[in-house]
Design a protein around this ligand. Structure first.
Ligand code: XMP
Length: 499
């Protein structure tokens, strides 16, 4: 039907972050009263409403660990083999818990050089030494190895051999802490009555629990992690492997979530693993959200084309400006009690607040996190400045198989059947973003900005903010006024760069 004389085909006006501002509202709280916790999906709660994007230049295990420690969560990308992705899930789940269930070990005949390499790779300071059957023989730590000049010596010659201070499987947190303290040791191996190594408790884990009070954790005290899957080929096997490795939720992650294949995959995973949350995406309309919810999704991810590296809107002419997309999708999601993730297009902390007021429960970030120390890839130095590379999962580089590589990213764009790289239709670009330092500093600024916004709006919690927030639409003059103007900036602010 026509709306105010405008043919229905053109009736919707799409707005995005730069088209709106939030109205200041009555507020009777201080920023300390604020609670930023929110739901990623029906059963996955985080303490800060931020997800790192499932992209190969953003989220691998290191980023996922950093995000979960800060109170958010990472979604491991899927442009790698099933085994590698499952191993990363495992790495996150093992990184920080009351106990490491399956600790890294070393053989007594390994050299110190090998021990160094192992400790470096897993960022650990010591390793239990076991025989082929898993029996604990001793422990070798940095302290044992530090003064040994001959790196070809064997671990058995420098390790602290049994008898060691050990704990029984099932030891309580307090008992373990007491043993560590009494014996002034940093690692407590757990053994069964036969002397087989069954776990490891470290002082570091206790310290971290105090260091990261907001960390997102599961019921066993392990960090939360999500992982992406697709719809083509062995996508279901991938989901199964990720869930078995301990993923707290899986994301059926495609560029067009309003397609039968995506709904079918959501339904299939959900029916076989009813206890794991399944998020579907991406969609940008109310009907798209409804189709995923009808298929059984526990969360919907919104965003078609807003991403900083996306070209879908120009290549295919498809998309919905992100504030409108979130608002429309949330109409369906709210009815069903399903949380919404606003994915892509965020440039500043204020955009997180705008996404929430539009109807999102959490947001997913790519470019804002790609420049962090914990993102995959090396630091690049160009003209004395530091950068990290970033690329769309639909970019030619991420989809092509040239040089013997294998791409698992093509099916995100439903191009898994395209055989030659020169036949691919890219929907993203590749480039670099400025280096931003550690995730902790970036998240501190983003959440600091969000809290200010909650204070201005008068929303103590994320749901209250959604309820109380109101937008004003602005013009390009308004946008110009919003950014710093009539000044030549001489010092970079930690939360503002002109883009
Ligand atoms: P930002 O703006 O945070 O966006 O960098 C990250 C999100 O962008 C999506 N994404 C893509 N979209 N072509 C697209 O159309 C691509 O190549 C591409 N790669 C990632 C994705 O949803 C991500 O979370």
């Amino acid at each position: 039907a026509d709306v105010d004389g405008v043919p229905a085909k053109f009736a919707t006006l799409g707005l995005t972050y730069d088209d709106v501002l939030l109205l200041p509202g009555e507020s009777d709280m201080t920023p300390e009263d604020i609670d930023t916790s929110s739901l990623v999906s029906r059963n996955v709660r985080v303490n800060v409403p931020l997800l790192s994007a499932a992209m190969d230049k953003v989220t691998e295990a290191r980023m996922a660990i950093a995000m979960a420690r800060q109170g958010g969560v990472g979604v491991l990308h899927r442009n790698l083999s099933i085994e590698d992705q499952a191993r990363q899930v495992d790495q996150v789940k093992r990184s920080e818990s009351g106990m490491v269930a399956d600790p890294i070990t070393i053989r007594p005949d390994a050299t110190l050089e090998e021990a160094d390499a192992l400790c470096g790779r897993f960022r650990i300071s010591g390793v239990p030494v076991t025989d082929g059957a898993g029996k604990l023989l001793g422990i070798v730590t940095n302290r044992d190895m530090a003064f040994e000049l001959d790196r070809s010596r064997q671990v058995r010659d420098v390790m602290t051999p049994m008898p060691l201070v050990t704990g029984k499987v099932g030891i309580s947190r307090d008992e373990a802490m007491e043993l560590l303290r009494r014996h002034k040791i940093e690692k407590l191996p757990l053994v069964d009555p036969a002397g087989t190594l069954k776990g490891l408790i470290t002082v570091k884990d206790f310290v971290k629990a105090e260091q990261y009070p907001l960390a997102s954790k599961d019921s066993e005290g392990r960090l939360l992690v999500g992982a992406a899957v697709g719809v083509a080929g062995d996508a279901y096997d991938r989901a199964q492997a990720l869930i078995e490795a301990g993923a707290d939720f899986v994301v059926v992650d495609t560029a067009h979530g309003h397609s039968r294949l995506v709904g079918d995959m959501v339904a299939k995973i959900k029916s076989n693993f009813p206890r794991v949350d399944v998020v579907g995406g991406n969609i940008a309309t109310r009907d798209g959200a409804k189709s995923l919810i009808d298929a059984g999704a526990d969360g919907v991810k919104v965003g078609v084309g807003p991403g900083s590296i996306c070209t879908t809107r120009v290549v295919a002419g498809i998309g919905v400006p992100q504030v409108t997309a979130i608002y429309d999708a949330a109409l369906a999601a709210k009815e069903a009690g399903v949380p919404v993730i606003g994915d892509g297009g965020l440039q500043y902390s204020g955009d997180i607040a705008k996404a929430i007021v539009a109807g999102a429960d959490t947001v997913m970030l790519g470019s804002l996190l790609a420049g962090c120390e914990e993102s995959p890839g090396e630091l690049l130095f160009i003209n004395g400045k530091q950068f990290k590379s970033y690329r769309g999962m639909g970019s030619l580089a991420a989809m092509q198989t040239r040089g013997g590589g294998k791409s698992y990213s093509k099916d995100r764009y439903f191009q898994e059947g395209v055989s030659g790289d020169d036949k691919l239709i890219p929907e993203g670009v590749e480039g670099q973003v400025a280096y931003r330092g550690p995730v902790s500093a970036v998240v501190h600024q983003l959440i600091g900005g969000l809290k200010q916004s909650m204070f201005y709006i008068g929303g103590r919690t994320v749901p209250q903010m959604k309820e109380n927030g109101r937008f004003v639409r602005i013009t390009s003059a308004g946008l110009k006024e919003s950014h710093p103007h009539d000044i030549q900036m001489t010092t970079e602010a930690p939360n503002y760069t002109r883009r």
